[in-house]
Unconditional design. Structure first.
Lengths: 182, 492
C-alpha cells in the first residue's frame, strides 16, 4: 500500500472519527490540520506501521489543542487553528496535573482487576510482546493471550469510566464551558 | 465485537505489538471505522503510558501488590508445565503406570514361585488332561463349584499338592502295625473320593487363611461359618464330576482322575489326606448331632451354639451325593473313614493377620499364641494341661481374664475350629508353665476321663503329619469306644 493510498484512507477515517466527536465542519478542519503536519513535517514517513500511529498522535494533539482553545476563547472561537502552534503538553502544568490524576485513576483501576489481568498488564509494561507473554504463561495458543488481554482491557476501560481521556469538542465543550463560568 | 483486531488493541497502548501485529492492526483500521475510532481513543492511554515516569509508577504499583505466586520466569518452568492439561494427563498416566508396576511386582513377589510350580505341574500332566477332557467332555461342574475353583488361590493348591507328595514326610511317624491297613484304606479312598478330598482340602485351606481376624476366644465358632458355610453347596454332585475342569491349572487336572488312581497303590496317603477324606462322610454324621440337645445346655457349648447350624448343613437330599456314613463303612459298602484332629499354633502378626506357625518358631511370648484345634468329626473335645501330681487344668477358649466356669469338654462339629489362648498357661514373662498339652477327642462324653489321661493306650495307631506349621493327627483305626488321645509339646 502506497503512501497516497494510506493517506486517502486516513483522511476518510479521521473525518469520520472527528465527526463522531463534534461537527462535520470541525472534523474536516481537524483532518486538514493533521494532514498538513504529516505533509510538512513527516513527508518521509511512508510505512503503514509508522504513518497510522503518527496520524493518531497528531490527531490527538490537534483535538487537545482545539479543546483548550475552545475553553480559553469561548464557544464561538473565530481564531483559526492555523495561527496557533501545536500545543506543548509537557509545558502545561494543568495538563501534567490532569495526566497525574489519570495515572492515579489508572492505578486504582488496575488494582481492581483480577490477578491475571494485572499480571498481563505488568508484562506489557515491561515491554513483553504477546508471543513472549504466551511463553511466560505457558499457554499453547496465542489466541488465549489475545482473548485475556481483550477482556482485561474492556474491564479496565469500564473501570476508567468508558474512556481513557475525555476531549469534549463543540457541544460538549459548550456545556463544560458554561458550567465553568457559572 | 468478536473481530480479530480487537485482540490487538491492548497491545497498541503499551506499544508491545510485533511488526506483523501492527501491520495487521493498522491495515484493518484503514478499512474499519470502528477500529479506527477505537485506536484513536486508545491513543490517550498510549500517551499516558509513553511517559516514562507514569509508566514506572504504574509498574511499581503493580509489582508492589503482586501476588507471591505471580507469573515470573520460573512460571515457564515446571509449574507452568504442570498447569497444562496435557501435562497433567501425562503425569496421571505415569502415576497409574507406576502403580501398576508396583502392584505387578508385589504380585510376582508373592505368587511368582507358586505360579511357576503350577505351570510345571500343568505341563507334566497336559497329555493326560487332554485325554481326560476328551473322554468326558460333558464334565461341567455346577456354577458354584466352578466359581469356587476359580477363586482358589495358588497357595491353597500348593498346600494340596504338598499333601499329595508321594515321598513320605520325615516328620511323619507311622505305626508299623497299621501300614497294610492304611494302604488298604488309602487305595479305596483314592479311587472313590479323590475329587471330594481336593474340594474339602481346598476349602479348609482357604478357611484357615481367612482366619486372620479371629478373636482369641470361643469366637472360633465363627470359623466354620467361613469355611463350612458353603460346603453343602460346594460338594459336587458326583465325586468324579469335573474336578479336572474345576482346577485346570493349579492342581493338574489329569492327576485327579488318572494319575491319582495310579499313584494310590504305590503311595501311602498322608494324615492330611485322611483327615480331609472323611470330611464328606463324618462331617454329616450324626455322631455328635444326637447329642446336640444335651450339649447346647452346657455352658461350654454356649459360645459355639449356631456355629454350624442345621440350616448350614447340607440338605438331606445332598447326603445322597456325599460319602457313605460310618455306618456304611462298617457294613463294608463305603469308604473307610479316619477320625482326626488338626491343630496349629496361631500367632497374630504385625500385619494384623493370624498366621499358623510351627511351635519351634515361637521364641517370644507364648501368651500371645493360640492353639487352634479342629476335628473332622463331631464329638467331644478335651484340651487339658498337666500341672503335676495328678492335677489337670482344662484350657478355656476364653482369655484368662474372662475365664468362667464351663464344662471340661467342648462339643465340636466337624471342622469346627476351636482356639485356646495359651496366655492362661504362661507365666509373667510369657513362658509356658507346662511342657505339653493333652488333647482328647471322643465321640461320646467321657465319664472316666482319668482313665485316659496319662494313658498311652489311645495314642497307638495314630498317623501324624506336620505340614507348614499345621499338624494332622489321624486315628487309623477309629473306634467309638477309644478316644483320640494326643500330646502336644509346648517346648520344642
Amino acid at each position: 500500500m502506497t503512501r497516497d493510498q494510506i493517506m486517502n484512507h486516513l483522511r476518510e477515517r479521521i473525518v469520520a472519527f472527528a465527526t463522531s466527536r463534534g461537527s462535520r465542519e470541525v472534523a474536516e478542519d481537524l483532518a486538514q490540520d493533521v494532514f498538513m503536519v504529516l505533509h510538512e513535517k513527516y513527508s518521509q514517513v511512508t510505512e503503514l506501521t509508522e504513518l497510522v500511529p503518527l496520524s493518531f498522535q497528531i490527531l490527538r494533539f490537534k483535538m487537545l489543542d482545539l479543546h483548550r482553545k475552545m475553553l480559553r476563547r469561548g464557544e464561538y472561537d473565530q481564531e483559526s487553528i492555523d495561527e496557533r502552534p501545536v500545543a506543548d503538553c509537557e509545558g502545561d502544568p494543568s495538563i501534567q496535573v490532569e495526566q497525574k490524576e489519570r495515572v492515579g485513576q489508572l492505578i486504582d483501576a488496575l488494582h481492581r482487576l483480577g490477578e491475571r489481568c494485572r499480571e498481563l498488564f505488568r508484562l506489557k509494561l515491561q515491554g513483553h510482546t504477546f508471543p513472549e507473554i504466551q511463553q511466560l504463561f505457558g499457554e499453547r495458543s496465542i489466541n488465549t493471550i489475545y482473548t485475556w488481554d481483550s477482556r482485561c482491557r474492556k474491564q479496565l476501560l469500564a473501570l476508567m469510566g468508558g474512556r481513557w481521556e475525555t476531549i469534549p469538542l463543540t457541544g460538549e465543550a459548550k456545556k463544560s464551558t458554561g458550567k465553568g463560568v457559572q | 465485537m468478536g473481530r480479530s483486531w480487537e485482540h490487538l488493541l491492548g497491545g497498541y497502548a503499551t506499544d508491545t505489538l510485533t511488526d506483523e501485529e501492527k501491520r495487521r492492526l493498522f491495515e484493518a483500521a484503514l478499512h474499519d471505522q470502528t477500529l479506527f475510532n477505537a485506536l484513536a481513543d486508545e491513543e490517550a492511554l498510549k500517551a499516558m503510558l509513553a511517559d516514562p515516569e507514569a509508566r514506572q509508577r504504574i509498574l511499581a504499583s503493580l509489582e508492589a501488590t503482586e501476588h507471591p505466586g505471580r507469573v515470573n520466569e520460573s512460571r515457564g518452568g515446571w509449574l507452568g508445565w504442570f498447569r497444562q492439561p496435557s501435562s497433567l494427563a501425562w503425569a496421571g498416566s505415569l502415576a497409574a503406570l507406576g502403580l501398576v508396576l508396583i502392584f505387578g511386582w508385589q504380585m510376582e513377589k508373592e505368587w511368582g514361585s507358586v505360579v511357576s510350580r503350577e505351570r510345571e505341574a500343568e505341563r507334566s500332566s497336559s497329555k493326560d488332561e487332554v485325554a481326560f477332557r476328551q473322554q468326558k467332555p460333558s464334565d461341567e461342574s455346577t456354577p458354584l463349584v466352578r466359581k469356587e475353583a476359580m477363586q482358589r488361590t495358588p497357595a491353597q493348591t500348593e498346600g494340596i499338592e504338598a499333601g499329595r507328595q508321594l515321598t513320605p514326610d520325615p516328620a511323619t511317624r507311622v505305626d508299623a502295625n497299621n501300614v497294610d491297613r492304611r494302604k488298604h484304606i488309602s487305595a479305596m479312598a483314592e479311587k472313590e473320593s479323590e475329587a471330594r478330598e481336593k474340594g474339602q482340602a481346598i476349602r479348609r485351606q482357604r478357611a484357615n487363611e481367612q482366619v486372620a481376624q479371629a478373636p482369641s476366644s470361643p469366637s472360633a465358632s465363627d470359623q466354620p461359618k467361613v469355611g463350612r458355610a458353603v460346603q453343602p453347596l460346594a460338594v459336587p454332585a458326583t465325586p468324579e464330576v469335573a474336578m479336572p475342569d474345576m482346577v485346570p491349572h493349579t492342581t493338574a487336572p489329569g492327576r485327579f482322575a488318572d494319575q491319582a488312581a495310579e499313584e494310590a497303590p504305590r503311595s501311602s496317603p498322608s494324615a492330611q489326606e485322611l483327615f480331609y477324606a472323611s470330611s464328606g462322610s463324618l462331617a454329616d454324621e450324626v455322631i455328635g448331632e444326637k447329642k446336640d440337645t444335651d450339649s447346647l445346655d452346657q455352658g461350654s457349648a454356649q459360645p459355639f451354639r449356631g456355629a454350624l447350624s442345621k440350616a448350614r448343613k447340607p440338605p438331606s437330599k445332598k447326603k445322597a451325593f456325599s460319602f457313605p456314613l460310618e455306618g456304611d463303612v462298617e457294613k463294608g459298602g463305603g469308604v473307610p473313614t479316619a477320625r482326626g484332629l488338626r491343630y496349629s499354633f496361631v500367632q497374630h502378626t504385625k500385619a494384623d493377620k493370624d498366621e499358623e506357625v510351627d511351635s519351634r518358631q515361637i521364641t517370644g511370648n507364648w501368651s500371645e499364641i493360640r492353639l487352634a484345634v479342629e476335628s473332622n468329626v463331631s464329638g467331644y473335645l478335651y484340651v487339658l494341661a498337666s500341672l503335676g501330681n495328678g492335677k489337670w487344668q482344662k484350657l478355656s477358649t476364653r482369655d484368662t481374664a474372662e475365664r468362667v466356669k464351663t464344662e471340661v469338654w467342648i462339643n465340636v462339629k466337624p471342622f469346627q475350629r476351636v482356639e485356646f489362648p495359651l496366655g492362661q498357661l504362661t507365666n509373667a514373662i510369657g513362658k509356658p508353665v507346662v511342657s505339653s498339652l493333652t488333647v482328647l477327642l471322643s465321640p461320646e462324653r467321657l465319664n472316666d476321663l482319668g482313665q485316659w489321661l496319662g494313658s498311652d493306650v489311645a495314642k497307638d495307631g495314630l498317623l501324624i503329619e506336620h505340614t507348614d506349621g499345621v499338624v494332622f493327627v489321624v486315628q487309623i483305626e477309629p473306634g467309638k469306644e477309644v478316644p483320640l488321645l494326643l500330646d502336644i509339646s509346648l517346648k520344642d
